[in-house]
Write a protein that binds this ligand. Structure first.
Ligand code: ATP
Ligand code: MG
Length: 265
């Protein structure tokens, strides 16, 4: 029997586990195995399973349950802005070529600690696409940290104030993919440029950074201090996939088509 979920099938007739076994499983912290055990044991008895199979199915339940819990936690700590995934992404409506979309969604570039810079006009799907890839990375058991330049700056500035900058940068760089969304929407002062530099420098050739911006990275020095911008972009682009989006804003198209809101009742 192959079970695919960590939720045991409702088997009201399956007898509860003996108290001592239940206690042992709690003590060993095997919650998913414990939840599945009554049902698995009842099925195993009825179908005369090999004992090794019983053990395998039970341990598998625990592994599946733990993996799913880890992914749930990672999704939460990633701090995603909208929850948009590839499921709602329409590849043919994007100006990013199908081949590029496909290649990026293999996530192999994250394994190689390469970066991704998506630039283009407002509403052309930059944030949606990167968030979809980032969700996909979590499903592939990777870790993601999502920031805007403002939230990154606030995080690093707070750390600076209590002397924990190095620790904070190290913690952020535990993620396999660090996203800095919507760079260049607002002018970035010394603090923002410094925060961005610290992360790009710490992640350089070790972790992947994905940025989205209305401005091509070569123009980042137009809205942040030049020296820091140059050093940051130099590192960011050394091993980077540079993608530009084109076209009209999806937001505007949807608004004009009357799809931006639900009709009032
Ligand atoms: N190819 C697509 N498939 C599905 N939805 C899309 C696509 N492209 C854009 N959208 C939708 O259009 C809206 C705008 O997209 P998004 O926020 O990703 O734009 P952006 O390029 O990041 O814009 P900005 O520069 O203003 O931040 C979102 O609601 C997004 O879900
Ligand atoms: Mg955006």
């Amino acid at each position: 029997m192959t079970r695919t979920t960590n939720t045991p099938a409702p088997a009201r007739s399956a007898p509860a586990l003996p108290d001592d076994l239940d206690r042992l499983l709690r003590r060993m912290r095997l919650p998913y195995l414990r939840a599945a055990a009554p049902d698995v044991i009842a099925t195993a008895k009825a179908q005369r399973w090999d004992p090794a199979e019983v053990l395998r199915v039970l341990i598998n339940e625990e592994v599946i349950g733990r993996d799913a819990a880890t992914r749930r936690l990672r999704r939460k700590t990633a701090n995603f802005p909208t929850g948009k995934t590839l499921a709602t992404w329409r590849p043919d409506e994007s100006s990013i070529s199908a081949a590029t979309q496909q290649a990026l969604s293999t996530l192999e570039w994250i394994g190689r600690a390469e970066n991704l810079a998506v630039s283009g006009p407002s509403g052309t799907g930059k944030s949606h696409f990167v968030e979809a890839l980032a969700h996909h990375a979590i499903e592939a058991d990777l870790r993601v940290a999502w920031f805007t330049l403002e939230t990154l700056t606030a995080t690093i500035s707070r750390a600076k104030a209590d002397g924990s900058t190095a620790r904070t940068v190290t913690r952020i760089c535990r993620a396999d993919l660090i996203v800095v969304d919507d760079i260049g929407m607002l002018p970035a002062g010394q603090d923002a440029a410094e925060a961005f530099y610290r992360i790009v420098d710490a992640a350089y050739e070790r972790r992947s950074i994905a940025v989205t911006s209305n401005i091509h990275p070569s123009g980042f020095d137009t809205f942040m201090p030049k020296t820091l911008a140059t050093a940051t972009v130099d590192r960011l682009l050394h091993h980077a996939h540079l993608i530009t989006t084109q076209g009209d804003s999806h937001r505007l198209q949807q608004a004009l088509a009357g799809k931006g809101v639900k009709a009032l009742t």
